[in-house]
Ligand binder design. Structure first.
Ligand SMILES: [Zn+2]
Length: 326
């Protein structure tokens, strides 16, 4: 609500004739962004507009008693005259820092983000993701993402198989006449002078020897990338809860929350407390116990009431007593 008040003050300032927007924000009439207790304010690179924004912030502080932390505040200038920068430094009292800076791990820069900036961002976002888990089939407890490394091998293996069963194809004929020369393709090693493509095909052929493609081709089967992909993946035990999560009656958002919850990976307060993010681990609803997955879904009195009412409504007679990912 407080930030709503600040937005109203800054919107009022943006209507003043003396205030000038930062170029790309003019059409959106955007002069600030706020997230939780962080605030970014921006305007044209001139002292007058910056002064007006700070006056707005001052009014907000005097009304709400919320002060900007000077240690954590800074001004950032780009393509501005030195005299203007000096004036802003003087009346704001904030120190000047250089662009780019990082906010929530994202580089904030007046220029386009480069590859290195994006790499760091992607690395940060994907650091805690276990791709092997996500790439498992839904029946095996994953999300069913395709493992593209394995899929690529299965697709390349289609060419290996075409060579093996001597498909009527100009390229296959060329490989046989130029390299294989009547020998058995399934035992054929890539010669040192062979092209990169042939060397890679031979490598994939060796990697896939457990699938026994030699016999497979003799049986004249139709090659299916999907089937080979499935065969190449380790067989993983199926979970009992998959159909409860991924059935058509569930909303996508609920499916994902349930999938996380069953594996105990929701950001419950006991986890947040453990990582020093939450000051306590008490259940927000009842305040009588620690907020674990078990408590939140089955132990908490409020949750129980909802759950039992729902079970009665749907006519399901069971009474779950504890949380389990079996
Ligand atoms: Zn509770």
């Amino acid at each position: 609500m407080c930030m709503d008040y600040l937005t109203r003050i800054l919107s009022y300032i943006s209507e003043l004739d003396e205030y000038k927007f930062f170029t790309v924000c003019r059409s959106l009439k955007l002069n600030h962004l706020s997230f939780a207790d962080d605030l970014l304010m921006f305007c044209k690179g001139e002292a007058k507009s910056a002064y007006l924004l700070l006056q707005g912030l001052k009014l907000f502080s005097e009304t709400t008693c919320l002060q900007a932390n000077r240690q954590k505040s800074a001004i950032y200038c780009t393509a501005m005259e030195a005299s203007e920068i000096e004036r802003i430094e003087q009346f704001s009292g904030f120190k000047r820092e250089q662009l780019p800076f990082r906010y929530l791990g994202v580089p904030i820069s007046p220029k386009k983000l480069n590859v290195v900036d994006c790499d760091l961002l992607v690395e940060k976002m994907t650091r805690n993701i276990k791709w092997e888990d996500l790439c498992r089939s839904k029946k095996a407890g994953g999300v069913g993402f395709r493992n593209i490394t394995i899929w690529n091998k299965a697709a390349v293996a289609k060419l290996v198989w075409h060579i093996g069963c001597q498909k009527d194809d100009l390229w296959v004929k060329w490989v046989h006449s130029f390299y294989v020369k009547g020998r058995n393709w399934w035992d054929f090693p890539a010669p040192p002078g062979a092209s990169w493509v042939l060397k890679y095909l031979c490598k994939v052929k060796n990697d896939l020897h457990q699938l026994d493609m030699a016999n497979w081709s003799m049986m004249n089967q139709v090659y299916s990338i999907k089937k080979v992909y499935t065969d190449m993946r380790e067989s993983i035990r199926e979970v009992t809860w998959a159909s409860g999560v991924w059935n058509r009656m569930n909303l996508p958002k609920h499916k994902f929350i349930l999938w996380l919850g069953i594996q105990g990976r929701l950001k419950t307060k006991d986890t947040l407390f453990l990582h020093g993010i939450s000051p306590d681990n008490t259940c927000c609803i009842c305040g009588n116990a620690g907020e674990t997955h078990d408590h939140l879904f089955f132990g908490c009195e409020f949750s129980k009431q909802i759950l039992y009412a729902r079970l009665d409504w749907t006519g399901i007679p069971c009474r779950p007593r504890h949380y389990s990912n079996g």
